[in-house]
Ligand binder design. Structure first.
Ligand code: CA
Ligand code: CA
Ligand code: CA
Ligand code: CA
Length: 193
């Protein structure tokens, strides 16, 4: 009887060791991105979201220069390169912490959190941000013939003349960029409004 119990104890121990042992699967660190705010002080990320293109958004509270902590949202591309930073400081230059963030299918994003109001204690402060649409060179909200004409006006130029025209990022504005823009057109046939 004792031997039988011992055998079950041994089997149990083997199972436990097997279940908690590291598996052969590996995770690899692809990139690490750090953000330090303007005060070179406390920066705390509290939420993260990923859009359909794999870009990463991180938000939280970051000490500003005389503004207390501020909502601070950072966008990274799929390789961890910082694309932009946007900050929000509430009405009394005091504590503003963004606790949550969401991205919709159109690329708009939303942050919310606690923000010190003017005599109102902490308030919800929810912010919607829009992002410039790729290919919308004239900023009218559509990608169409008007944008294509702008791009073609820079044909064979160095990308420094119109950085947003260089859609393939090769440093020169060429017919390949025009082809990419046509694929982004938001109007049937890429006609102008
Ligand atoms: Ca810091
Ligand atoms: Ca603030
Ligand atoms: Ca446009
Ligand atoms: Ca190009």
């Amino acid at each position: 009887m004792l031997m039988k119990s011992l055998r079950w104890v041994c089997i149990g121990m083997v199972l436990v060791v097997f279940l908690i042992s590291p598996t052969s699967a590996q995770v690899n660190e692809q990139w690490v991105a750090r953000y330090d705010g303007p005060a070179n002080d406390s920066d705390s990320a509290l939420a993260l979201a990923v859009d359909s293109a794999g870009n990463v958004y991180v938000t939280g509270g970051s000490d500003g220069d005389g503004t207390g902590s501020d909502y601070t949202t950072v966008k990274y591309d799929t390789d961890g390169n910082e694309l932009w930073v946007t900050r929000y400081n509430g009405p009394v230059n005091h504590i503003d912490w963004a606790w949550a963030l969401a991205v919709d299918s159109a690329g708009n994003f939303y942050v919310t959190g606690e923000s010190q109001g003017d005599g109102t204690g902490y308030d919800y402060a929810t912010i919607k941000y829009t992002q410039p649409q790729k290919g919308d060179l004239d900023g009218d909200g559509d990608v169409d013939r008007g944008d294509l004409n702008i791009l073609l006006g820079h044909r064979n130029d160095d990308a420094s003349h119109c950085p947003e025209c260089d859609l393939d990022g090769d440093g020169t504005i060429t017919a390949l960029d025009a082809r990419k823009l046509v694929l982004l057109c938001t109007r049937p046939g890429c006609v102008v409004d």
